[in-house]
Design a protein around this ligand. Sequence first.
Ligand code: ZN
Length: 686
Amino acid sequence: MSKRYTITAALPYTNGPIHIGHLAGVYVPADIYARYLRLTGNDVAFICGSDEHGVPITIKAKKEGVTPQDIVDKYHAIIKKSFEDFGVSFDNYSRTSAKIHHDTAQNFFKTLYDKGEFIEEVTEQLYDEKADQFLADRFVTGTCPKCSNEEAYGDQCEKCGSSLNATDLINPKSAITGNVPTLKQTKHWFLPLDKHEAFLKEWILKGHKKDWKPNVYGQVKSWIDDGLRPRAVTRDLDWGIPVPVEGAEGKVLYVWFDAPIGYISATKEWAERVGKDWEPYWKDENTKLVHFIGKDNIVFHCIIFPAMLKAEGSYILPDNVPANEFLNLEGNKLSTSKNWAVWLPEYLEDFPNQQDVLRYALTANAPETKDNDFTWADFQAKNNNELVAIFGNFINRVVVLTDKYYNGIVPSPSNFTQVDEEVLAAIKAYPDVIASSIERYRFREASQELMNLARLGNKYLADEEPWKVIKVDEERTKTIMFVALQIASALATLSEPFLPFTSDKLKNILSVTSSAIEMSWEDISTKNVLLPTGHQIGKAELLFSKIEDEAIQQQLDKLIASKKANEAANKTVEPQKDTITYDDFSKLDIRVGTILEAEKMPKANKLLVLKVDTGIDVRTIVSGIAESFSAEEVIGKKVTVLVNLAPRALRGVESQGMILMTENAEGKLVFVNPDDKSVANGLHIS
Ligand SMILES: [Zn+2]
């Protein structure tokens, strides 16, 4: 039966592009769900938008010397394009800097304010004297009172997921100046979550929410059991949505107050555009509201936002919040700041038109019940062993043989064998099997069922061997090809939620794009014939292509480069030595020289004995660089030489000077060349 759905996907934060972790955790599962519901005839509003307020954007703007608006404009465009490129089928992708959102969020606040749902309180908040600014959220870091993580933020600890107030932090430190903050009085509005505790308990713990994923239910239960406290929903900041009441000058709405309201404003914007009424999507009890998020957003979607909606009074509450765990990359946590990620724009440059491969690899390995690891080896295997070898191979054989034997016309079957009957019955069962997994938010399982249908086709052809049978029994061959074509046709429709680009291609190949022959999800279960005798299909076209080892190695090399750059950036820079005078400096005689000869010092791992042309003379210098260079490598190199260093005997050889070197990212000594990108700032010349 057709139903109305409002599906939201977490608003991506506009301080960078999006990566595979975002796609796997939120956007691919949400898109599979939305596409499936549309295919099964439901009324769907699939909503998302850019989250453009909050402290990290102002920090980034300051760092780059641009305005916060510049930052959000830049990343909003990049993120929006990535979603389009990867076929994420939002009905609307909006942004929280849009006027419609400012109005909606302010009205929402005003309604709660007028109803007396806030506590207005002057409290002491953390203040940075030097920056002349209050510190909240990401402007302040410190130790988490719950798990002792020393890098917790003023609003949340990313390690244990706890939602925090800035004043909860132990040893707080300003992220702007590094100063220890003082306390200063300021007025704010608080949402008394404690007041909503009874309702939340009833709704989540005793209600029907036991069908929520165990990880989500467990987290929410532990927060409620811990006891909820009032939470400030306003901030002393200049970037955000102004608090729309008197006496709130210079204050804006807390980003986590305004962001979820973004789902509502984006729905309004969409409804206006397509000439619909937005209200049933948010206010009709028969609408099913589902929030797709990552696990770090559970508290906001399962406690704070529902409390806000409940306090407002006219909204429905989410039916489910199928939050995913985190995806790791090659054994390490995905990180924007450490560039430990696969960015979507870069992926498409390296693997053009292979969006479905990534969608499939991420779904088949989705972090649904625990953190999971994305590896390039697994990505390659999913493509080569499943998409190419099973799905693509089956379709290619069916289409090529149909073209070869019947000029692309679906043949007429004669008697079905028991195997044929079983296969035809199995096709009819697949829509329900896949649907049941999708409706329980088990997308990984659903994707494997889809692949099982392709497996069935592949096995059927391998067992029946039409390419052999055609030599002895033309009628039997027609029946085999007819059955195989029915499987291909079912795959074209059932793959759409998972592999939208492949589904389109396959529908084109099978010429089932016209409305006369296009089938719905349900048709596959109910119709006896999906692709009728006499229907003309098109030419074969490869759906997937093999990914070679070199392409995978290139990706691994990129990650190794990130790792090395991080290690270099993390090298501790030693404090500056005591000041010297110009006279001290002028005592150093540094010249450019050329290494003429080099050989290893016997029985010394580190030492090379060099003959260096200094321009003054050719002299012997013993240098501790043998672990970084072979003797052959350095011959002919131009070097910087300290020529008036007092001679010194090393292993019986007198060294008459010193070659100046520094370290690169790998800890290898290199000749001094500040243009070398692998050399970090602050490293010693020695
Ligand atoms: Zn913590």
